[in-house]
Design a binder for this molecule. Structure first.
Ligand SMILES: *[C@@H]1O[C@H](CO)[C@@H](O)[C@H](O)[C@H]1NC(C)=O
Ligand SMILES: *[C@@H]1O[C@H](CO)[C@@H](O)[C@H](O)[C@H]1NC(C)=O
Length: 374
């Protein structure tokens, strides 16, 4: 597969939306899960286990290697940071061997570098990996997060009935709001409902969450990436218009820089995530990142499209001869267009798309090919 990325400018003007909360543009950062999973054996995997060392090392690399400067701001710990039991007074306890300094000290370190601190919990009885969930401990857990200066919370949905989420996630969000600390709220609410063929109430989800996972977890493979792109294209009529400044659909982490994608396939993920106005959460080891992948993650043109202030999620406008065209309207009236080939042969293939087919207004365009392809 290959990808061509262009930005076309026309004289069409658009009005822009306004919002006063967090995530006025899609959040950017780094998150442990896809790459580091639930690795807890630090003796066997000292550089990969979920630990304060991993987080500190990542924070340092985000600064040194230019990720922070490019806009990646949140550093998030996903599942598997907890002890299996709460303390006697009912508090969450970070794993004592892997987080010996505690979460407040880690947050202080992250904040001292100008970055923001993200953490994971689960709305149900247990997290997906079997650690204590928040159900029945909502207030004490929120107080604990605020005490640790958490900036971003991913709240997963294992071990709870998806039908209870329509009330549970908003209730929890209300309690977060009442603390007075602005905390980015990432919900897994629709993902569990879609999985059970329950039609999610996206209007309510967009009102209560800054971002929300819609669908399956991403794995480190092109087939996983393709299935997620297909799902977002196939379901765009239902979901795309719910995205906007402060509230975003989340197709899951960037897997660029791992083992499963080629360089060209990595460009596809970056480009389509930009068109989708998706959160850009890298899940890769920054210490072993190869330069050709880093270049993709730091591509200023593509990040600018992702972060466009209009905040309008783009669409898959046409697929012809297994080439999909994704297009997104930008604040200045131009359109970002990505051509993604799903052809298996890998050979160059000439296909014609009319403006009409690409749902672009019939005006004159200046075509700018992104540095992605130079
Ligand atoms: C959560 O735990 C409570 C109390 O043990 C139990 O009644 C409930 O069925 C559990 N819910 C799920 C979805 O496991
Ligand atoms: C709480 O909600 C109100 C009303 O939506 C909003 O103005 C305020 O900024 C929120 N505060 C926090 C800390 O999220």
């Amino acid at each position: 597969m290959a990808l061509l990325w262009i930005v076309v400018s026309s004289l069409v003007s658009v009005s822009s939306a306004l919002d006063n909360g967090l995530a006025l543009t899609p959040p950017m950062g780094w998150l442990t899960w896809e790459r580091f999973r639930c690795i807890t054996d630090c003796k066997k995997y000292p550089n990969e286990c979920i630990s304060e060392n991993l987080i500190r090392r990542t924070v340092d690399l985000m600064i040194i290697e230019g990720y922070y400067e490019a806009g990646y701001e949140y550093v998030g710990i996903d599942d598997c940071w907890l002890e299996k039991a709460r303390s006697l007074d009912g508090r969450m306890v970070p794993d004592k061997e892997r987080f010996p300094s505690g979460m407040k000290a880690l947050a202080d370190y992250i904040h001292s570098k100008g970055l923001k601190f993200g953490i994971y919990e689960d709305y149900g009885n247990l997290t997906c990996a079997g650690y204590p969930g928040v159900l029945g401990h909502e207030q004490i857990d929120i107080d604990t997060f605020v005490g640790w200066d958490v900036d971003y919370l991913k709240l997963d949905g294992c071990y709870i009935e998806p039908t209870e989420m329509d009330k549970g996630y908003p209730d929890f969000g209300k309690m977060l709001n009442e603390t007075g600390r602005p905390i980015m709220y990432s919900c897994s609410w629709p993902a569990y409902q879609e999985d059970k063929k329950i039609l999610p109430d996206y209007a309510s989800i967009a009102k209560h969450c800054n971002l929300w996972r819609n669908w399956d977890d991403i794995d480190d493979s092109w087939s996983s990436l393709e299935s997620i792109m297909n799902w977002f294209g196939d379901n765009q009529e239902r979901i795309a218009h719910h995205a906007g400044p402060g509230h975003w659909n989340d197709p899951d982490m960037l897997i660029i820089g791992n083992f499963g994608l080629t360089v060209d396939q990595s460009k596809v993920q970056m480009a389509v995530w930009a068109v989708l106005a998706a959160p850009l959460l890298i899940s890769a080891d920054l210490a072993t990142m190869k330069p050709e992948f880093k270049q993709i993650l730091l591509n200023r043109d593509i990040i600018a499209v992702n972060q466009d202030s209009l905040g309008k999620q783009g669409l898959r406008v046409i697929t012809k001869k297994k080439i999909a065209v994704w297009s997104r309207e930008l604040a200045d009236g131009s359109h970002a267009v990505a051509f993604v080939s799903h052809r298996a042969d890998g050979a160059p293939h000439a296909t014609r798309f009319t403006l009409d087919e690409m749902k672009l207004p019939s005006v004159q365009y200046e075509v700018v090919v992104s540095s992605f392809y130079k």
